[in-house]
Design a protein around this ligand. Structure first.
Ligand code: DAH
Length: 328
């Protein structure tokens, strides 16, 4: 009897708990060779009158079976999710491992601090190339051919008259070539010299400064640099300007700060080079040195960082030792 299918399937459904078994059951009854399909086919021989009675009945039974199967499928899926949820339980009471915070590299920190101070003074910041020509690095800056800086021992030559810049001063020329005076700029960046010991690395960072205007004097140079040192190191620090020589400035000076050395004695420590722009440099960029004067300075970032943070070996900066870097 067609009606017997429903209770029979219900009993079988109760034993099933996977989609696979459900598929098998479905094909067992509703498939091409399924029991219900065969039963339906066997009705072909009935008379039209009998078919009118049996036809709708079969359809109702079929629908009922289909809905039974569908409900079972839903139930299996729900059970599967429940099982997954209970198996993959996360213990939210476990303490977390904590985040490790990165720190700013001391060189970057000092660069940011210095740039900020000069920006407050109204200086604009410019970037420049690390591969330079002999002309920009030396010649235009009035550095004669026999100057020691040109020696193979100091400069990394790249051939074709190119080299790795040995200082940021070529940026003075590049900026003056493309800008009319007055101007007030700084230019931080990497420089290279063939040198390596506790106070020298083959690559280090400098900041170049240049101010060109009418009536710029050595007093302006002293004022700006003193104020810079006070802001960078704190107002207690003592400075002194000592005569020096650079081919691209005339007169030239070095700025020293008072410093307590390892044995606890007061001593002077050189922190930067500076001077009034040499008229020969203005000639290179066709500035009229009767109308304009300029002041320039250049400082080593690593050196300033070493003084500020009491670091004794410059190589610490580039060894990427987290114990060192995490202090900043
Ligand atoms: N370029 C020089 C160096 O690397 C530093 C320097 C000295 C820059 C005097 C200047 C300056 O602008 O006026 O040793």
């Amino acid at each position: 009897m067609i009606k017997d299918f429903v209770p029979k399937i219900k009993i079988e459904l109760d034993k099933i708990n996977s989609e696979n078994e459900l598929m098998n059951l479905k094909s067992k009854y509703l498939g091409k060779k399924g029991e219900l399909t065969e039963f339906t086919n066997s009705l072909k021989s009935l008379t039209i009158e009998e078919k009118k009675v049996q036809g709708p009945l079969i359809n109702t039974i079929k629908k009922e079976i289909e809905s039974l199967l569908l409900n079972k499928s839903k139930e299996i899926k729900r059970l599967l999710i429940d099982k997954k949820l209970s198996d993959e339980k996360i213990d939210i009471s476990l303490p977390s491992r904590g985040n490790r915070r990165g720190t700013i590299h001391p060189i970057s920190k000092v660069l940011i601090d210095i740039t900020k101070i000069f920006s407050e003074f109204g200086f604009e910041v410019f970037d420049g190339p690390e591969i330079e020509s002999d002309y920009y690095n030396f010649e235009s800056l009035n550095i004669p051919t026999d100057h020691p800086a040109r020696d193979m021992q100091d400069t990394f030559y790249l051939g074709n008259n190119n080299l790795l810049r040995t200082h940021t001063s070529p940026m003075q020329i590049r900026i003056m070539e493309t800008n009319k005076p007055p101007l007030k700029i700084i230019s931080p960046g990497k420089v290279y010299r063939c040198d390596s010991d506790v106070t020298h690395t083959p690559m280090f960072n400098q900041i170049e400064g240049l101010l060109v205007d009418r009536d710029v004097s050595f007093a302006h140079l002293k004022g700006i640099l003193n104020e810079f040192i006070y802001r960078f190191f704190g107002s207690q620090i003592k400075t002194r300007f000592r005569p020096s020589y650079f081919p691209f400035t005339e007169p030239s000076a070095e700025l020293d700060i008072e410093w307590i050395n390892k044995s606890g004695e007061k001593s002077w420590m050189e922190v930067l080079g500076c001077g009034m722009v040499n008229p020969k440099v203005f000639e290179s960029v066709k500035y009229d040195s009767n109308e304009f004067t300029g002041l320039a300075f250049g400082m080593g970032i690593e050196r300033l960082a070493m003084i500020k943070y009491g670091i004794t070996d410059i190589r610490y900066f580039y060894q990427n030792d987290l114990k060192f870097l995490n202090q900043f």
